[in-house]
Design a protein around this ligand. Structure first.
Ligand code: 8YV
Length: 319
């Protein structure tokens, strides 16, 4: 029996590639070069399944190719804003993602960014490396303590809850949150807010945990409504924030600092943000531990195996 052919757009952890090769005829990318548009088109025409990641745009034109062979897109990632879901549905292409397995790693990084921003880690490390540290000073480089401060969680899904739990139980923060639909109860104290505006006005630190690809929740007006001296952390998607307005608020000192792991046009980072000392900038590493990236890959493979076996899919999107 011929084995289904899977096209994998990027290099994956060794154990995942080995499992794929055991079960499928597999086109891997050992050089890890990002695929070109022509490469993605060829993959859609020659493979039965595609395993892409967040950087690969699977748009309506690709999904509507008349001689497309791909029947399943098993995304490596929980966010699926890189895929045109309506076009996939119309074309009868199944889409799966990798929820749950990256929740802890991403919440850990959100917490790291909360600490980095409020304790001025990037700014102070840069000063030290430049040779600008003149020795201990009792009033030097003071940040903000977290205990008793309010963390505003925008998007109380799996990762929002995991971040809130760490902040509440581990760091003594109060939790306020806004979620589009009713959610809870939780195993930590948390107060719902009636509107995004109310949350932003109340929070000393705001952490974003919303999907991208929709209308932007953090507009310039809403950034202007954040508490003076607050901090913003984003481990979700860059397009949920007006980056220019954020850079202005940070430059003027209205916001004290930020920690950003995601950007609207990755890998481009707005020069206005690069120029600011009071922001920690990371290259989308929320889920980047070997354990988590392996688990994500294994879940994508589980979805492919189930699909080609005609079994129920562990994590289908949109059903
Ligand atoms: C992934 C992410 O590493 O899963 C997501 O939605 O943002 C990341 O943590 C990335 O999507 C890889 O494709």
């Amino acid at each position: 029996m011929t084995r289904p052919r899977i096209h994998v757009t990027r290099r994956l952890p060794e154990a995942v590639e080995a499992r794929l090769a055991e079960r499928f005829e597999v086109a891997l990318n050992p050089g890890d070069t990002p695929p070109t548009r022509a490469g993605l088109e060829a993959a859609m025409r020659t493979a039965d399944g595609l395993l892409p990641c967040v950087a690969d745009r699977i748009d309506a034109d690709l999904l509507a190719l008349p001689d497309r062979r791909v029947r399943i897109v098993a995304n490596f990632g929980v966010g699926v804003n890189n895929i045109d879901l309506a076009a996939a549905e119309a074309a009868g292409v199944v889409v799966t993602n990798t929820p749950d397995v990256l929740t802890d790693a991403t919440a850990d990084l959100a917490m790291a960014l909360i600490l980095a921003a409020t304790r001025r880690m990037s700014e102070t490390e840069a000063a030290l490396r430049r040779g600008d540290w003149r020795g201990f000073a009792p009033t030097g480089w003071l940040g903000m303590g977290l205990q008793g401060k309010t963390l505003g969680i925008l998007g109380m899904g799996r990762i929002g809850q995991a971040t809130a739990r760490r902040a509440a139980l581990g760091f003594g923060m109060r939790i306020a949150y806004f979620n589009r639909s009713a959610t809870g109860p939780f195993d930590f104290p948390a107060e719902p807010c009636d509107s995004i505006e109310a949350l932003l006005a109340a929070a000393d630190v705001v952490s974003l945990h919303l999907p991208g690809g929709g209308p932007r929740p953090l507009t310039a007006e809403r950034i202007a409504g954040m508490k003076r001296g607050a901090y913003l952390v984003n481990t979700a998607r860059g397009d949920v924030v007006d980056e220019a307005a954020l850079a202005e608020a940070l430059a003027s000192g209205r916001l004290a600092g930020a920690g950003l792991d995601v950007f609207a046009e990755e890998p481009k980072v707005p020069p206005a943000l690069l120029a600011l000392p009071n922001v920690t900038l990371l290259p989308h590493i929320g889920s980047a531990t070997l354990e988590t990236r392996t688990a994500m890959g294994m879940l994508a493979v589980d979805n492919l195996v189930a699909h080609f076996d005609g079994a129920p899919l562990p994590s289908r999107v949109g059903r």
